[in-house]
Structure formats: C-alpha cells, structure tokens
Design a protein around this ligand. Structure first.
Ligand code: NI
Length: 181
C-alpha cells in the first residue's frame, strides 16, 4: 500500500470522465482500493475517488465511522467500495449543504444536491451494490461520483456568493472539519 498525493483543481485529470473497470478480483484493483482507503484515512476524509490520486478509473471509496472526529454530528455511512456506479435521483428535491474537497483545499461552498438518490455499482470483487440513501450519505456519494464524471463541487454551485475560504466563513472550526474528501 502507499499514500498518494491528491491532485488539486487545475489538473486536467480532475475534469476528465473516468473509465469503467473491466476486471474484478485482480491484484491491481485490490491495491488501488487499499491505496484509496489509506490515503483517505491519512487525510481524515469521508471519501476519495481514484481520479483524485491520478488513476482514471471509476472507483470511489467512502464511509464514516463513529470515531471520525470530523463528523461527530454526521450519520454513520458504512465503509463502501463503489465501482462503475450509477447514481439516480429519487425525486426532484434538492438540499443545500456546505462541502469541501481535498482537491479544492482551504475552500468551502454551499452545494445543492439531490436529497435522496439510489446508487448501484459493484465492489472490488464484482458483487453488486444497490442502495437508496438520503442525508449526508446521499451528499457524499454524489460528491464522490462527480469526481468520476469530471465535476468538482464548485461546478455544481448555484450561488457563488456562498463560496469562500473556510477560515473566513467558519473561523470557529478547524480547517479540515467540513472537507468531504
Ligand atoms: Ni472531492
């Protein structure tokens, strides 16, 4: 396993559509998943997408644990490996929420996301995953899967007046607390 550096906004790879995984249960895929988990945990993220470490494949990992100090209020999202995903809105309701991104360091923005989504895909063994989720879980999966389609959260914002530096917007909290990945 290895820690990877995280690409920052401006890298063309963050704006590209990632390719589907075509072979499951391979040592290469296991290594990629392990590296994503290790890198995510090292940055106290709630998720990470393969393009953020320079790998143009449709692989994301996400999840929050009870002990994550950055999300004391957030619901628990089970640790999930999601490959070749589809994300389908369940209804038209959208909710605004503050997001940060390790690829957009130091900034936060208010981002509208679908309140409820159904996501489908596969884990690294090729077993299918299908869940209907809402709340932070829904926001997290939309943020992560957007990395696979070449979208960063500022591209989803509707009001650029609600975009700024975290230490200015939220001087009372630590820098990392509202990063998603
Ligand atoms: Ni992100």
């Amino acid at each position: 396993m290895a820690l990877h550096s995280i690409l920052k906004m401006g890298e063309p790879g963050l704006l590209a559509r990632a390719e589907p995984v075509t072979a499951f249960n391979t040592p290469e895929l296991e290594l990629l998943v392990a590296d994503l988990w290790e890198t995510m945990h090292s940055r106290s993220g709630a998720g990470l997408a393969a393009p953020q470490i320079g790998v143009p494949l449709q692989v994301v990992v996400f999840g929050t644990g009870m002990l994550n100090p950055r999300y004391p209020e957030a619901e628990i999202v089970p640790p999930t490996v999601l490959i070749n995903p589809t994300v389908t809105p369940m209804g038209a309701t959208m909710e605004d929420g503050w997001e940060g991104c390790l690829s957009v360091p130091g900034l936060r923005g208010l981002v509208p996301r679908y309140a409820q989504v159904r996501y489908q895909g596969f884990d690294q063994h090729g077993d299918s995953i299908a869940r209907t989720v809402d709340g932070f879980h829904a926001r997290l999966v939309q943020h992560e899967c957007d990395h696979l389609w070449g979208f960063l959260y500022p591209m989803r914002m509707k009001d650029m007046a609600q975009f700024g530096f975290v230490d200015t917007l939220f001087p009372q909290i630590a820098d990392a607390e509202t990063d998603i990945d």
